[in-house]
Design a protein around this ligand. Structure first.
Ligand code: DQA
Length: 151
């Protein structure tokens, strides 16, 4: 069974209490449970992580690239949080590993402040999803399952 690696960047550990009008009231643990259920329904295993540190996310993308090359990983779903709009390092890690990656945002970043409109992730992502709330995680897993033909 292939694995989906779901990576969450800075401040996503605050889900549930952080700006609930924008991000909803579900916690990151609730999102992980949703991802568990969705992966099980799609014939995939789940590896779910969060970090506030850019370098740790880079290391995890490198690990993902190795696992995908070994045929063990369907791909990565990345909510890079604010690093989306700033991180050339994440861009380079995705490009350098060639890992299949879906960029995900809970909110519709294009309907928000101007500084959220630019993404360093989008040019190296297979697909981009924004604005479905936390249910976007389930939709992204289903999309990745179709790409990887696990179901
Ligand atoms: C976010 C959108 C980003 O602009 C923001 O910095 C986040 C969360 C989202 O999921 O909507 O931390 O990625």
């Amino acid at each position: 069974m292939k694995t989906v690696l779901v990576l969450n960047g800075p401040n996503l550990n605050l889900l549930g209490t952080r700006e609930p009008a924008v991000y909803g009231s579900q916690t990151l643990a609730d999102v992980q449970a949703l991802c568990e259920r969705t992966c099980a329904a799609n014939g995939l295993a789940l590896d779910f992580r969060q970090s506030n540190h850019e370098g740790e996310l880079v290391d995890w993308l490198h690990e993902a690239g190795r696992l995908q090359a070994a045929g063990q990983l369907a791909g990565v779903i990345l909510n890079a949080g604010a690093f989306t709009h700033t991180s050339i390092a994440l861009h380079d890690a995705i490009k350098g590993t060639g890992v299949t990656l879906i960029e995900l945002h809970i909110s519709n970043v294009h309907a928000r402040e101007e500084f959220r409109h630019h993404s360093f992730i989008s040019p190296v992502a297979k697909a981009v999803m924004a604005g479905f709330g936390v249910n976007g995680y389930a939709l992204a897993i289903a999309g990745l399952a179709q790409l990887a033909e696990t179901k």
